[in-house]
Structure formats: C-alpha cells, structure tokens
Design a protein around this ligand. Structure first.
Ligand code: C5P
Length: 300
C-alpha cells in the first residue's frame, strides 16, 4: 500500500475581530486567514497493527492523544472502522518547521494534513466539505487548513468564504524562541476585559453580513496592497501586548522600518510584517535583527 508525504502550511491572520459570545462557549469571530509557505511535512504510512502511532522529534509535540494529528487519525478510525480493519493502522511522522503555540495554527495544519492523507490512504473518497466538517470537531482552524489560500472565516472560524488569492506580497515572520501564548488564555482574558462590548446575539447575523462587504475584503478584492497593510487588525493584541512586553517590542521593531503593515498573528506570539518585495523583506530582516537578535523567516 502507498505512503503519503504532505505539506501542512501555517496561516497568519490578516484580520481578527471578536464579535460576540456563542452558546457553545466559544467566540463569534470575523477573520481573514492567509496560508503561508512556512510548512510542516507529514509522512503517513500504513503499519501492520491496528494502532495509530505518532513520531515527532520536537520536544513540545506529544506523540499521544494530546496531539491534534493523533486525534485526527483517531477520529477517522472511529468513523470508518471497516477501513481501519481493511488497511490497518497508520504511522504519522511530523517534521516540524512551524513554531509550536505561536498563533500560526501549526497543530491545526497537522490535523488537516492527516485527514486529507488518510482519506487518500484508505480510499475513503470524502469531499473537501466532509473533511472540513470532521475537522471542525477537532479545532476551529482545521477547516481553513484543509482548504488553504485566502479566506474570510466567521462563526468559530470554521465557516469559510474563499477570497481572491493574494500575490505579490512577501511575509516576514519573527517570534521569541521560548515564548508561547495559550489561545484559551487569550480568549478568556479578552472576554473578562471586553465582554461587556460584545454584539448582542440578535445582531450577529447582520454583523456577519456586513463583514462580507467590509473594507479588508474590499481591499483584497482590489488587490490594494497598501490598504491591506493599513487594515491589518487583531483584537487579541489588546490582551497580549500589555502582558507580553517582548511581543510589543517586536511589533514596534517591525513598525519602525518600512513595511506595509505589521501585526501579531492569531493569539500570538508570532509577529508578521507584509512587504512588497524580497529586497524589502531582507532589509526589514537586517534592521529588526540589529535591534532584537531573533530567528526571522521570509516567505513569498
Ligand atoms: O478551536 P480551538 O481548539 O483551536 O480553540 C482553542 C481555544 O480558543 C478554545 O478552547 C477557546 O477557549 C478559544 N476560542 C474561542 N473562540 C473561538 C476559537 C477559539 O473562544 N472562535
């Protein structure tokens, strides 16, 4: 039987607005998500036993059910026991490039690749929307990671409307090595601080409608790069920047050089900048590195 090797790309949030509370305890969001070239590689191969085995040499990536990639395989094994019996178990090897707990959806990207890969390995023939429906039970970002590209995401983040591809940009990313921020902490803190400003449930539908014709979506449709840079937004910065001074410093270092825009991605702590060319990205890298000695990634 075949083995598969899949790329699992990270994402950045060009826009993240927290609109309100949801009955399931999550937040109602409006996001613009963008896949980037930073990616893990996921190797899947059949093994003789009926077990799921995860291997990863990164110390922060557990090889058990705490790993979203394991849970993705387990979900399919439970949904399709006949396929498990017919094809046997799976070994998942994660070659980690995406920093962990960094606001780049690394875990969700791994889970998405496992769903797509096992669908091929077990010849399940699931459609993209069926895979996304399964993915949504694992995490809010998994459905986007299955589709990739550029998309408007609403609901918990799982309701997707594709947007035109963004090209001609370079993305520069930086993150303090030993800093991670819990997504649950960021959202809970936001609720404590700003819950009183949330949109009432009866207005949510109208608010969602407005987003589809909002300024960021318009700027992307018109490929207006400087507007996109100006409109970068992330509500979670309001809770992360006051507590994590290093993220604030990094954000300021990016903004002090010539970029179209800079922003924390997701719940952080990765900060990214959009620039127009590779030459501009290298200039930004040199300037930011001279202020703060950090690993920096450039894509595009
Ligand atoms: O869906 P996921 O497991 O990635 O979410 C991680 C945490 O982020 C959740 O436990 C929740 O605290 C928070 N979250 C939220 N609203 C969302 C997405 C995530 O409150 N729409």
């Amino acid at each position: 039987m075949r083995s598969y090797s899949l790329l699992a790309p990270a994402k950045i949030n060009l826009y993240l607005e927290i609109i309100g509370d949801r009955p399931d305890g999550y937040h109602e969001l409006a996001m613009v998500l963008q896949s980037i070239d930073l990616a893990d590689r996921i190797d899947l191969r059949p093994i003789g036993t009926d077990t799921i085995r995860v291997r990863c040499d990164h110390p922060q990536v557990p090889p058990d059910k705490n790993n979203l990639a394991y849970r993705a395989a387990d979900l399919l094994a439970k949904q399709f026991p006949d396929a498990l019996a017919r094809y046997g178990g799976i070994e998942i090897v994660i070659h980690k490039q995406i920093p962990v707990a960094a606001g780049l959806a690394g875990g969700s990207a791994n889970a998405a690749a496992v769903l797509v890969g096992i669908d091929l390995l077990w010849e399940l023939g699931l459609t993209q929307s069926e895979l996304q429906e399964l993915g949504a039970t694992l995490g809010s970002d998994v459905p986007f990671c299955i589709a990739g590209g550029t998309a408007l995401a609403t609901g918990r983040g799982e309701k997707l409307s594709p947007l035109p591809d963004l090209d001609g940009f370079c993305v520069v990313l930086a993150k303090y090595r030993n800093l991670s921020i819990s997504t649950a902490w960021a959202y809970q803190t936001y609720r404590q601080k700003f819950g009183s400003t949330y949109c009432p449930p009866e207005d949510l539908e109208c608010r969602r409608e407005r987003l589809h014709s909002g300024p960021m979506v318009g700027a992307i449709a018109h490929k207006d790069r400087s507007k996109i840079g100006q409109l970068l937004h992330n509500d979670l910065e309001k809770v992360a920047l006051p507590v994590y001074e290093q993220v604030l410093q990094l954000r300021q270092a990016f903004e002090s050089v010539s970029v179209l825009g800079a922003m924390m991605s997701g719940s952080g702590p990765t900060v990214f900048a959009l620039v127009e060319s590779r030459a501009a990205a290298l200039e930004v890298e040199a300037k930011v590195k001279s202020a703060i000695a950090l690993p920096i990634w450039i894509f595009g």
